[in-house]
Design a protein around this ligand. Structure first.
Ligand code: FES
Length: 238
């Protein structure tokens, strides 16, 4: 295996050739915030939260889709990086319900976690238009609240890459963009088999297990290992 050496935050680190900057950081315990990244899924670089400074580049590239190269000098904690990440979070929060106290995802929401870490108050872009979309309550298993979706696309990739299905996709454009079953059908009228893969990767409260709503926070319930090799529903044969 060929190795390369780069500098991250003043530290010289060696990683296998072909590693992304994000992977290089994580291999060396350098924290980088991510919303759209999942190591099991194709990286798309859509949320931009993982941006870093790289010497010689004028912009701030997303580390999850930037390959580390020999001699690269990366900075992950500069004021410029922090301010840019904070602005990204402020923009996301500006079009996101601020109902964290009653949200099923409270305690395990990545957006809330980073908003706290970056001291995002939701005031920077307040007063703008917010989505007011109907909640998809059409089936017994998954509750879809498109108003909480941050359009990271992880659910789309999980459906396609993990389950080999293509139930979910983006629809509409710009401010009106939504993620959901094709043609914006309710889940119950789609080809969804309710495997739960989309719910498991959603970083916010846009997709939640319906039967859990009001039944327990993530830290109050026990997760079990999926043993069924077929559909990933989570059947446990203990
Ligand atoms: Fe890299 Fe979203 S985690 S762009």
């Amino acid at each position: 295996m060929e190795w390369i050496t780069l500098t991250i935050d003043g530290r010289s680190v060696s990683v296998p050739k072909g590693t992304t900057v994000l992977q290089a950081c994580r291999m060396n315990n350098i924290p980088i915030p991510t919303l759209c990244h999942d190591p099991e899924l194709t990286a798309t670089g859509s949320c931009r939260l993982c941006i870093v400074e790289i010497e010689g580049m004028r912009n701030l590239p997303p580390s999850c889709v930037t390959q580390a190269t020999q001699g690269m000098v990366v900075r992950t904690r500069t004021e410029k990086v922090r301010e840019a990440r904070k602005t990204i979070l402020e923009l996301l929060v500006a079009n996101h319900p601020l109902d964290c106290m009653t949200c099923q995802k409270m305690g395990s929401c990545d957006l809330a976690k980073y908003a706290y870490e970056y001291q995002v108050t939701g005031e920077a872009f307040s007063g703008g238009e917010r989505r007011q979309l109907p909640i998809d309550d059409s089936n017994p298993f998954i509750l879809r609240d498109p108003n909480k979706c941050i359009l990271c696309g992880k659910c789309i990739r999980a459906c396609e890459e993990v389950q080999g299905r293509s139930v979910l996709d983006f629809s509409y454009r710009g401010f009106n963009t939504q993620v959901g079953p094709a043609f914006n059908l309710p889940y119950a009228e789609s080809e969804c088999v309710f495997c739960g893969s989309c719910v498991s990767v959603c970083p916010v409260g846009a997709l939640t297990e319906k039967e859990m709503v009001g039944q327990g926070r993530p830290w109050e319930v026990k997760k079990v290992q999926t043993t069924c090799p077929f559909c990933g529903t989570g059947c446990n044969f203990d």
